[in-house]
Design a protein around this ligand. Structure first.
Ligand code: NAD
Length: 279
């Protein structure tokens, strides 16, 4: 079988270039996009994510406002900032980088962001809209997976799709999006019995399980398309996914590498949501 790598770096660059052109057009119509990015505390991984999000804004021509708050910030202080940003007409999108320090209730924060500015797509109103097929912001990582599949010529309609993982930000919206594309969807999780057998049915297997290299050839149907959402740093400093790439590569038709697969798509889809806010 000829193995094809699904190149998330290339596809995300294409999407960002399309958005950049669209932002220019919108500017000619007097419409400007502005994303407010809020970071609380000094988690190094979060700082890198925020930096990359700001860089992407700059690339596509979107203004970004940065709010870097100390780890001691109270819930009330953060909610007050969100309230100000909700009321500020010059701000189209609000992103609060997760995780938040333990004194702040993440669910309260997610619900405080106005749904029409919730470019992460985490607000229950947007999640509900996705479920019933109405317009709303879609969570960026699963939206990125759909783009990876579509832009690499994988048709979803009628396919057996298995998603491993049922988190609110990846697994569940992933299942709903695949269903929306007319896939036949199974969502597997930590209590699933016979996981290998279920995964072996999949024409499209999405691993969002959070366990390094858990998915081996024993989970793969010959010729399947495999999307690896996991990101883990190994002891040798290199990154790996939830899929054991070397063990599955001779059994799949297409697969996303880690790094360079799903990772870069998340930011591209965030940018898409920011532009959507002004469309
Ligand atoms: P999570 O820990 O919230 O969810 C993991 C899910 O996997 C759970 O629903 C659980 O039921 C299931 N699970 C755990 N052990 C299992 C097992 N042994 N068998 C079957 N199912 C099992 O994680 P998450 O936030 O959904 O993220 C999943 C992975 O994706 C992580 O590695 C994370 O780092 C990565 N991630 C990547 C991006 C990106 O941009 N590429 C974005 C978000 C998350």
């Amino acid at each position: 079988m000829i193995l094809e790598l699904i190149d998330g770096k290339k596809i995300s660059a294409e999407i960002k270039d399309e958005l950049k052109a669209e932002v220019e057009e919108l500017k000619k119509q007097g419409k400007e996009a502005c994303l407010a990015v809020v970071l609380v505390g000094d988690d190094p991984a979060s700082a890198v994510y925020v930096k990359n999000k700001k860089k992407a804004c700059e690339y596509i021509g979107v203004k970004s406002l940065s709010y870097e708050l100390p780890a001691s910030t109270s819930e009330t202080e953060l909610l007050e900032l969100i309230d100000r940003l909700n009321k500020d007409d010059s701000v189209n999108g609000i992103l609060v980088q997760l995780p938040l320090p333990s004194q702040i209730d993440e669910n309260k924060v997610i619900r405080a962001i106005a749904p029409e500015k919730d470019v992460d797509g985490f607000h229950p109103q947007n999640v509900g809209a996705l479920l019933i097929g109405e317009k709303g912001y879609v969570s960026c990582t699963p939206a990125g997976v759909i783009q990876l599949l579509k832009r690499s010529g994988v048709s979803i309609e009628g396919k057996e799709c298995v998603v491993i993982g049922r988190s609110n930000i990846v697994g569940k919206p992933m299942g709903v999006l695949l269903l929306r594309e007319n896939g036949t969807v199974t969502i597997a999780h930590s209590r699933t019995k016979d996981l290998k057998d279920i995964c072996k049915r999949a024409d499209i297997l999405v691993a969002a399980v959070g366990k390094p290299k858990m998915i081996t050839e024993e989970y793969i149907k010959e010729g399947a398309v495999v999307i690896d959402v996991g990101i883990h740093r190994m002891d040798n400093g290199k990154l790996c996914g939830d899929v054991d790439f070397d063990r599955v590569k001779d059994h799949v038709s297409k697969i996303t590498p880690v790094p360079g697969g799903v990772g870069p798509m998340t930011i591209a889809m965030l940018m898409n949501n920011v532009v959507e806010a002004v469309r």
